[in-house]
Design a protein around this ligand. Structure first.
Ligand code: NAD
Ligand code: GLY
Length: 370
């Protein structure tokens, strides 16, 4: 028997005929009603990984059995290092091996890695099949499952191969966060903190006051963090779905962060850890360019450290560390004709995207890495 959700909140992503709801509440993934009114199909395919499937797949399968005649499953190996072509192909093997058709609905049950790969598979299988995000990490609930970015990595750059493809629904079941390792909770908090300096200083204040509760996965604190993060992301994505401009602010900390991930080898630092440290570096760059003061940089750095995240960047190359970061950052998707673009804080709660003089960036990297 499944318990009913104690609370159920809905955030709408408004994108014309691609609009959808994010459902937020406890005990959602085991409830048949969570999956009502999805596109009609006889088959569903749940994509998960070897860690998450044993925890939550049976409950999801049970809930889906009210809506689909057959439910297939594919289990991917776990980890950022597997976010690649070879692993993506396992999803296509499952779809084709089970003779799935273009009505088959895919369900991404897992963190951002499973979500990004399942979304990309859904975008490309038979030129597009419906999919539902069931994010099971904090990071995936507050960011990666929302907004339709799907991708795999390339050794030369993070998330380089992918598509914009919106899910039919996002199901944020807060109960599943209880089994996350503390390091994964911290990684998710990086993307929660991100929304403060770029969009909502009151939210940053709230995070500051509730950091202990957030780290302990307190249900009420998590509910607010997920809802407010999704609201901010929904607002940005609703204005700029395909990142013509505004949406790039959601990449605060990511230019440095992606360089850290690619430079160390995917999976060494968690994505959220790299983003946390990348936000510190981007804040220093904003200060070096005269946009914010040292007090703001220190406040953000302290908050990121309290979340349990690294605030010093790794040395990627003892001979020319800044040069190595710069070379990696040139592969960033925001780069224009080789000019690296940074998300800078131009004032509390406001961000913009622009290039920066190389000498200033080098000095910031030297200062921020140890
Ligand atoms: P992840 O998917 O690797 O999950 C982290 C770990 O937690 C994994 O070992 C996973 O198996 C485990 N796990 C997941 N749910 C669990 C649960 N409930 N209990 C116990 N263990 C659980 O990492 P992530 O941090 O969720 O996502 C990172 C990925 O998301 C990166 O690849 C990043 O590029 C991507 N991302 C995408 C977007 C986007 O807009 N599409 C945004 C941000 C990040
Ligand atoms: N995570 C950044 C974005 O969705 O645009």
């Amino acid at each position: 028997m499944t318990s009913a959700p104690q609370t159920l909140e809905t955030v709408r992503i408004a994108l014309d005929d691609r609009s959808y709801d994010i459902l937020i509440g406890e005990n959602l993934l085991g409830l048949p009603s969570t999956f009502q009114d999805l596109p009609k199909a006889s088959a569903a395919l749940i994509v998960s990984n070897t860690t998450v499937a044993p925890l939550y797949e049976a409950a999801l399968k049970q809930a889906l059995s009210d809506h689909f005649k057959v439910i297939h499953t594919v289990h991917l190996p776990d980890g950022e290092a597997y976010k690649d072509w070879v692993t993506l192909n396992l999803i296509f093997d499952g779809l084709l091996g089970h003779a799935c058709d273009r009505k088959t609905v895919l369900f991404a049950l897992g963190g951002g890695v499973v979500g990004d790969m399942t979304g990309f598979a859904a975008a490309s299988f038979m030129r597009g099949v419906p999919f539902v995000q069931v994010p099971t990490t904090l990071l995936a609930q507050v960011d990666s499952s929302v907004g339709g970015k799907t991708a795999i990595n390339h050794p030369l750059g993070k998330n380089m191969i992918g598509a914009f493809y919106q899910p039919q629904r996002v199901v944020c079941d807060l109960s599943v966060l209880k089994t996350l390792a503390p390091r994964e909770v911290s990684a998710g908090l990086a993307e929660v903190i991100k929304y403060g300096p770029i969009a909502d200083m009151a939210f940053l204040e709230w995070i500051d006051h509730n950091m202990d509760a957030l780290k302990a996965c307190d249900a009420q604190a998590m509910a607010h963090a997920v809802r407010r993060s999704c609201e901010i992301k929904a607002d940005v994505v609703g204005q700029d779905e395909r990142e013509a401009g505004l949406r790039a602010i959601l990449n605060f900390g990511h230019t440095f962060g992606h360089a850290i991930e690619a430079g160390l080898g995917y999976g060494q630092w968690l994505h959220g850890e790299a983003v946390g440290c990348g936000m510190v570096m981007a804040a220093h760059l904003s200060q070096a360019l005269g946009l914010i003061d040292a007090e703001f940089v220190q406040r953000l750095t302290d908050l990121i450290a309290r979340a349990g995240l690294p605030v010093k960047g790794p040395v990627l190359d003892a001979a020319d560390n800044a040069g190595h970061y710069l070379a990696l950052m040139q592969h960033d998707k925001k780069s224009v004709a080789g000019d690296i673009q940074f998300v800078l804080i131009e004032g509390p709660g406001r961000a913009r995207v622009s290039a920066a003089p190389e000498a200033v960036v080098r000095a910031v990297i030297d200062r921020c890495c140890a």
